[in-house]
Design a protein. Structure first.
Length: 66
C-alpha cells in the first residue's frame, strides 16, 4: 500500500490540510466507511432500464410487475 511519502508534495499538502493521513488511521477509516454507507443506495435508476440492461447483458428476464 502507498504511503504518504509516495504522493507528490502538492497532494501530501492537500491531504494534511484536510487532516487526512495515508494509509488512513483508524478514525479516518471509520469516517470513510460511514461515507460509503451513506453513498450506497443514493443513486436511483428506473427499474425498466435496469431490466433492459440485465436482459441485454445477461439474458435475465424479470417480471414487469416487480
Amino acid at each position: 500500500m502507498a504511503k504518504m511519502e509516495d504522493f507528490p508534495p502538492s497532494i501530501q499538502e492537500l491531504l494534511r490540510k484536510r487532516g487526512w493521513t495515508w494509509p488512513p488511521d483508524e478514525e479516518l477509516q471509520k469516517k470513510m466507511d460511514e461515507a460509503f454507507e451513506r453513498l450506497a443506495g443514493s443513486v436511483h435508476a428506473d427499474p425498466k432500464i435496469v431490466r433492459k440492461i440485465l436482459w441485454e447483458m445477461r439474458g435475465i428476464k424479470y417480471d414487469e410487475r416487480s
